[in-house]
Design a protein around this ligand. Structure first.
Ligand SMILES: *Cc1c(COP(=O)(O)O)cnc(C)c1O
Length: 387
């Protein structure tokens, strides 16, 4: 454990900003000469957008990325002035706020007219990144409309209303590196970039890769890689751990053991009595539940207390869950774990976010991102050590 860690810990998500810095440096080496965009949408996947953005920039990230303009404006309000892209809009989005705050705007089609109207009203050119749909089927311009979109953008650029700063796209199956569809997406991206070049559009950055493509496909790096999961130290691959990838999980979710009691065989545990003890045993009460973003379906997931892992038993409730220590004779002795530190997932030998993902039929992305604002974030190593 790190030296700056816990005094009494009720419930907390510890965010190790040194882990974030180390992950960013590691990814920057892999991506070089491409630059790194640290993706800090969704409050930095639950880690806290402002502190993570600062740590990522300290460690060499050149850009920041978010989904919504509102997320970008919140970073600007925190006086973060790095290049910043927001790519998911609705007709109700505040494009003017984006332009006024020097936020680059992703444009897939319809957004162009809205962005231009805002730029005209502000008398200030927008900075845009045109997005091509190379196959994912979410936003992005369909290939058959790409040339028309480029031509319109060039017209507006010549009128001084915008500058086309980038061209980008997003991958669908890069977490399964053996799948051939990524090759198709790369080819369509190259084609889209070529069409832009033919029309005389000179962009600063072409970007396609997410975390898995950054780690597994150098041919996807182009000028910039957009990395979310990796900077949080988690693996996008089912067959490779964080450790194997040289990454350190940044979030550790902990709570103090709130109760410890001995129960007889046949004791029902939690709502519905979905679990009954097989023999006399000791139960531990952990004060986190789905109100804290812990998945309700994750029964069976591991919780570590005093360096050993115990399973969550019975239903997870809004505020609490129960673990079975599997032995009698602990409660009300000096071996009682009451008040001890329980770790649900994290780094440094804790159970993994992947174990919780498996227990919840989900992915590590969701496990960390859904930890709610009810859980205080405690930042470790806020100041970068000079080393
Ligand atoms: C979320 C997101 C990313 C980051 O993906 P990771 O797999 O977490 O690296 C990159 N690009 C876009 C467009 C995204 O929405």
């Amino acid at each position: 454990m790190s030296s700056s860690s816990p005094g009494p810990a009720d419930r907390r998500a510890e965010i190790d900003l040194d882990a974030v810095r180390s992950n960013v440096r590691h990814i920057a080496r892999i991506a070089s000469p491409a630059k790194v965009m640290a993706v800090v949408k969704a409050d930095a996947y639950g880690h806290g957008a402002v502190p993570v953005a600062r740590a990522a920039l300290e460690a060499g990230a050149a850009w920041l990325g978010v989904a919504h303009i509102s997320e970008a404006v919140a970073l600007r309000d925190a006086e973060i002035d790095a290049p910043l892209l927001a790519w998911l809009h609705t007709p109700a989005s505040d494009f003017a706020a984006g332009i006024e705050n020097s936020v680059d705007l992703g444009v897939s089609g319809w957004e162009l007219e809205h962005v231009v109207a805002a730029a005209r009203a502000l008398e200030r050119p927008a900075r845009i990144h045109l997005k091509i749909d190379t196959g994912l089927g979410r936003n992005g311009c369909p290939p058959e409309q790409w040339e028309a979109l480029l031509r319109k953008a060039v017209e507006y650029q010549e009128a001084g209303l915008l500058r086309v700063v980038g061209i980008f796209s997003h991958l669908a199956v890069a977490d399964e590196p053996e799948r051939p569809e990524t090759d198709d997406q790369v080819q369509r991206f190259r084609d889209a970039v070529a069409v832009a070049a033919e029309l005389g559009v000179e962009v600063e950055v072409r970007h396609l890769a997410n975390t898995p493509a950054t780690l597994s496909r150098p041919d996807c790096h182009f000028d910039l890689v957009r990395v979310g999961l990796g900077i949080y130290g988690l693996s996008p691959f089912t067959d490779q751990t964080s450790d194997a990838l040289g990454l350190r999980p940044a979030m550790t979710l902990t709570a103090s053991v709130a109760g410890c009691k001995e129960v007889p065989a046949g004791q029902g545990v939690s709502y519905g009595f979905a679990y009954r003890t097989a023999e006399r045993t000791t139960l531990g009460l952990i004060p986190v539940g789905y109100g804290d973003g812990v998945p309700r379906i994750a029964t069976g997931a591991p919780v570590m207390v005093d360096d050993r892992c115990y399973p969550v038993v019975g239903r997870i409730a809004m505020d609490q869950l129960v673990i079975d220590f599997g032995v009698a004779g602990l409660a009300d002795t000096d071996q009682s774990p009451l008040g001890h530190r329980a770790v649900l997932f994290g780094g440094n030998g804790a159970p993994s976010a992947e174990a919780w993902a498996a227990a919840s039929h989900s992915i590590n992305y969701e496990v960390v991102t859904r930890i709610s604002s009810r859980v205080p974030r405690i930042y470790l190593h806020e100041a970068a050590d000079d080393d």
